[in-house]
Design a protein around this ligand. Structure first.
Ligand SMILES: [Zn+2]
Ligand SMILES: [Zn+2]
Length: 150
């Protein structure tokens, strides 16, 4: 999503709420076989000065893919906040190009810096049996006997 600061300014407002959702085209996750499957963004943009803005909000994103431990297909929701400046003169912030700010870039940077290190179907996932490869979360499917002290 692109925020047009000019049209916001022309409307006489100094701030505006926004909402958008989308499916990312870029591979944002570096966890094997896990992708960001959808993103929802709620936020507010504040005009500051003539060519700058402050943007803050909340991102809900979903990761879908294989549990790192047991390989079961899993989808989980994550919520993160973000707050960034966009300014066409300050090189430390996000750029303002033709009075427009690329909000998707801000959102995707926030997701990538906040990705979990591992992706588990549940915190206490038991993983796979090293003997037979069965999913140890499903006792009924696990036939082999694990010897004590092994
Ligand atoms: Zn698991
Ligand atoms: Zn086993």
């Amino acid at each position: 999503m692109i925020i047009d600061l000019k049209s916001l300014r022309n409307s006489g407002k100094e701030e505006e709420s926004f909402y958008f959702d989308y499916v990312p085209e870029n591979q944002l996750s570096d966890i094997p076989n896990v992708k960001v499957s959808s993103v929802k963004v709620n936020g507010k943009v504040y005009l500051e000065g003539f060519h700058s803005a402050y943007i803050e909000g909340e991102i809900n994103y979903f990761l879908s893919g294989d549990c790192t431990r047991c390989l079961e297909e899993t989808t989980k929701e994550y919520v993160i906040g973000f707050a960034e400046n966009a300014d066409n003169e300050d090189e430390t912030g996000y750029p303002v190009v033709n009075d427009k700010v690329d909000l998707t870039k801000i959102v995707e940077d926030a997701i990538m810096t906040n990705l979990p290190v591992s992706f588990l179907c549940k915190e206490d996932c038991k993983g796979l049996c090293t003997e037979c490869g069965a999913n140890l979360n499903k006792d009924s499917e696990h036939k082999c006997k694990i010897k004590e002290g092994n």
